[in-house]
Design a protein around this ligand. Structure first.
Ligand code: G6P
Length: 612
């Protein structure tokens, strides 16, 4: 994790770096720092806490410089404190470095350096790598670029590093393996970031640096080389994100803004793909690989966190519509198992950020065993999108709130379209069923908007239950993954212990938890399971549990049985997760707010997990 920013050019570097770091706090926010080179030499300022704390501590400091780097941290090696914050200064004082990733063999490198008399100020793997580079630089007398190359050949792990050298204030040196690095190209200036947000108002031209590349970044020159010192031609991409998309737009939190964006983001995701005039779904990534996808022997879905929940919902949807077996795996498990992957298997990798380390490595493993990789990713240009053989972007726009909301509904929308497209090609559903689902899918954004209109009611419910210690979430069929997602959202945002369960499994354990203090959120829409779920609700009520039901609009009978009821519009069961998840997001949000927590930056979490 961690966010990195760099600037070199004629502008003041510090304000660009600080603003860029604030935009990248979703990647980590336990400490922050900047390093600046000016006539006064190399200065480093760093502090435990959020970027704002750093900024406040630097008021009045001489910060004028035209080259600098900055970092916002999510701790891996060493607790969050001032010492462990980046940038780190090398032992002999002339180099400063920031790092996103993990150096796995740092202990071995450290013991080599200790023998040579190096001393360390922090507990980080980063300081070890920096001193390792410095040692080569000083002892061989080579250029810093060469020292970096030699060092990286001995490093195991993942990294993006940015290095400043006091002797060469005209250069930022950068390298990447496994963690993201974007370089923005301006006129006589360059910007560096973990993503494009720090540079969005300055340039639309960016280069996504590849693994094992070193970037030598000067004011008006960008050189990319591989570890063998061969030059690579930078491939320039165009950014299509606007500044407004990464600002709060009048909402108190990004999470709320992103929840409320969903009618628009789902619409954007469907736009150009779903056509109810011609009754067609157009998805280039599928059409160009129709054979692989329609004749897949099996789909293996790999993902983490909320994306994994979208994958689990897709298992139900794809198996029902396409009649192709689906397995859903946590990427972190898949990468270390000896999974059976055969030619003909299609791996669907789902990721909002496109940078999740476990998912990336799982993709590599599946690829090496002959699987075809279909990526469903939100961030264009991200590593997973580039590693995939084919795919579809979710077009949800930048998601800043750490808890994923709009990316999830966009992922589900893509997965549903994908399932429908494959099913109609395979003729596993009828034309009539296909057409009805297309029409219903098109109606989803308006239905989501109507659920959002009941936000005040959901807020009132949240304010009634926010002091609870535990919560249970139940759902069945297509809505079992939504119960898991509801519980995850609550844990992430409010730190309340919550469990998601298939409703019928409740009797095999969780029912023991039920008493008058336990809120149980039950998805009880009018689907094939409705009567069964109503029985589950009775079982909870018989034990004095408090039931918050997510129900189909106008279900008066259910309203009389439960403590609270939140209505969602009626829709075909298979599409219902796109609706039932909305109250889950709002419940978690309002409970987090009622508890006075920072819902956009929950403790210990980061949005983009680029480490194991
Ligand atoms: C982190 C985030 C989650 C996200 C998960 C997977 O844990 O906090 O919101 O679902 O990573 O991330 P991805 O970017 O691969 O979807």
């Amino acid at each position: 994790m961690c966010g990195i920013v760099g600037y070199i050019g004629d502008r003041e570097a510090y304000p660009i770096i600080i603003t860029g770091l604030k935009r990248q706090e979703y990647r980590g926010y336990d400490s922050a720092g900047v390093a600046l080179i000016s006539d006064a030499g190399l200065k480093i300022y760093k502090k435990k806490g959020k970027v704002q704390d750093l900024e406040e501590s630097l008021i009045g400091q001489p910060l004028s410089a035209h080259v600098g780097i900055g970092h916002t941290r999510w701790a891996t090696h060493g607790e969050p404190n001032d010492k462990n914050a980046h940038p780190h200064r090398s032992f002999h004082g002339k180099l400063a470095m920031i790092h996103n990733g993990i150096i796995e063999n740092y202990a071995m490198l450290k013991s080599e350096l200790l023998k040579k008399g190096y001393q360390f100020k922090s507990e980080t793997d980063t300081e070890v790598l920096l001193n390792f580079i410095e040692d080569i630089y000083f002892n061989t007398g080579c250029e810093l670029e060469e020292a970096l190359r030699i060092a990286l050949k001995r490093v195991a792990g993942a990294y993006v590093v940015l290095i400043l050298d006091e002797k060469h204030p005209d250069t930022i040196l950068a390298a990447r393996k496994g963690s993201p690095l974007v370089i923005g190209i301006g006129k006589g200036e360059h910007f560096l970031g973990s993503d494009a947000t720090p540079m969005i108002e300055y340039t639309k031209e960016v280069v996504y640096v590849n693994d094992y590349e070193i970037a030598i970044v000067k004011k008006d020159e960008l050189t990319l080389k591989n570890l063998g010192n061969e030059k690579h031609l930078p491939y320039i991409s165009k950014l299509d994100t606007e500044l407004a998309a990464i600002e709060k737009g009048g909402f108190p939190h990004f999470m709320l803004k992103e929840i409320f964006e969903q009618p628009a983001t789902i619409f954007d995701c469907l736009r150009g793909r779903l056509n109810t005039n011609e009754m067609q779904i157009t998805m280039r990534g599928i059409e160009e690989h129709l054979i692989e996808l329609t004749q897949a022997s099996r789909f293996i879905i790999i993902a983490c966190g909320t994306s994994w929940h979208a994958g689990l919902a897709a298992e139900y949807i794809i198996e029902e519509l396409c009649r192709i077996p689906v397995e859903v795996e946590y990427a972190s498990e898949f990468r270390y198992r000896n999974p059976i992957v055969r030619k003909g298997d299609v791996v669907i990798a789902i990721s909002q950020s496109g940078e999740t380390a476990d998912t990336l490595v799982a993709i590599e493993k599946a690829k090496s065993r002959g699987a075809f990789i279909f990526g469903i990713v939100n961030v264009v240009g991200s590593s997973i999108s580039r590693q995939s053989d084919a795919g579809a972007f979710t077009h949800a726009g930048p998601e800043i709130g750490v808890a994923s909301t709009k990316a999830f509904t966009a992922q589900l929308s893509v997965l549903i379209m994908m399932a429908l497209k494959i099913a109609i090609e395979r003729e596993t559903i009828s034309q009539a069923q296909f057409q009805q689902l297309l029409i219903e899918l098109e109606a989803i954004p308006d239905k989501v908007a109507s659920i959002l209109a009941s936000k005040d009611k959901i807020k009132t419910i949240a304010e009634k239950y926010y002091t609870c210690k535990d919560a249970l979430y139940l759902g069945r069929g297509y809505n079992f993954p939504i119960a898991l997602e509801g519980a995850l959202k609550l844990k992430e945002i409010s730190y309340i212990h919550a469990e998601g369960y298939p409703a019928a499994e409740m009797k095999h354990g969780p029912i023991a938890l039920v008493d008058e203090t336990l809120p149980v959120v039950v998805i009880a829409i009018k689907d094939d399971y409705y009567l069964k779920i109503v029985s589950n609700i009775q079982e909870i009520k018989a034990r004095k549990g408090k039931v918050i039901a997510i129900a189909t609009e106008d279900d008066i009978t259910l309203a009389s049985m439960v403590d609270e009821i939140i209505f969602v519009p009626s829709s075909p069961e298979i599409l219902s997760p796109l609706l039932t998840v909305i109250p889950m997001q709002l419940i978690a949000y309002y409970i987090g707010v009622a508890k006075g927590l920072d819902v956009d930056k929950p403790r210990n979490l980061a949005k983009s997990v680029t480490v194991e």
